[in-house]
Design a protein around this ligand. Structure first.
Ligand code: PMM
Length: 293
């Protein structure tokens, strides 16, 4: 493959998302989990003031978007009720948006998504790709905001039992295509859709690694790709010592930056991370390899 073709292939699919800035590199989405129990940062930003402060520090570190969520999706987690999710998320979205941050809301609930958009969120990030709440896709269509469709096979309490694949990349692409079709059929503009392989969701480490290696296949869906691998189990698996013990989640940020560079080089539209600064540098290095033509 010639260098020119190679370059344009890497650039294709990074794409623009209608309603968001057209970042000329992989964007960085910083995570604010307003939860007592998310697997890597649960409990740290569990009140509104701490969560807003955290979001602003992520922006200062180079985050292009701040993703605010109020429900832990770690494997085995049980659901939080809707009133509690609202109480956690909406004030944080409102304050961060008022401070000028571009806020995305990480929710599986249509009502939370709508209230978050009314409070200033510019993007809805649904880890269930619209499957957990059948009101989600019509609501996002009505709100007219961009929508992240993540690959998902079921709620966290038993998702590990659904990590059964023949060809994980082909199956994730096909299942995401179904979600894209459902979103288009409900009237969400193609230009507002983003797809995400859902690393760690109903996947074992080998599945996550195959999906990262197969990002080019995900881009055949024709939509920008978001990659959320920050601190996840598969990185712990890669980093495990000789006795097989993985380092704790917070000791996986260097590996996360390496993953971010790879994802950016493979044409990801954005990466979703807890520690922004190193990833912001990593995606710039990747960007420097594919300068504008
Ligand atoms: N992962 C988590 C939560 N939300 N959203 C998207 N789009 N992609 C992801 O991979 C994703 C997500 C779980 O990770 P966390 O508990 O560290 O936030």
């Amino acid at each position: 493959m010639s260098t020119a073709v190679h370059r344009s292939d890497r650039r294709r699919g990074r794409g623009a998302v209608e309603g968001l800035p057209d970042w000329d590199r992989c964007a960085v989405m910083g995570v604010v989990n307003v939860t007592p129990d998310s697997f890597s940062d649960g409990g740290h930003w569990f009140d509104t003031a701490a969560a807003v402060k955290r979001g602003l520090s992520l922006v200062a570190d180079g985050a292009d978007l701040v993703d605010v969520g109020g429900e832990s999706t770690r494997p085995g987690a049980s659901r939080v009720d809707e009133d509690e999710e609202m109480r956690r998320v909406i004030p944080v979205v409102r304050e961060l948006a008022a401070e000028g941050a571009l806020v995305s809301v990480d929710t599986m609930r249509a009502t939370v998504a709508r209230c978050a958009v009314e409070a200033g969120a510019v993007l809805v990030n649904d880890v269930s790709g619209g499957l957990a709440d059948l009101g989600m896709i019509p609501t996002v269509a009505d709100c007219g905001v961009p929508f992240v469709l993540m690959h998902w096979r079921g709620f966290s309490h038993d998702m590990n039992s659904r990590a059964v694949y023949g060809d994980v990349v082909a199956e994730v692409v096909a299942e995401l295509q179904d979600r894209v079709d459902a979103a288009l059929a409900a009237g969400i503009a193609a230009e507002r859709l983003v797809v995400d392989p859902g690393l760690g969701f109903a996947k074992e480490a080998r599945h996550d690694l195959a999906l990262v290696a197969g990002l080019a296949d995900l881009r055949t869906l024709g939509r920008p790709v978001l990659v959320g691998g920050s601190r996840k189990r598969f990185l712990g698996h890669v980093l495990a010592g000789p006795d097989g013990t993985p380092p704790p989640a917070r000791a996986r940020d260097a590996a996360t930056s390496a993953l971010s560079a790879i994802a950016a080089h493979e044409g990801a539209w954005a990466v979703r991370v807890h520690a922004v600064r190193a990833t912001a540098d990593a995606v710039r290095v990747a960007r420097a390899l594919t300068p504008p033509e």
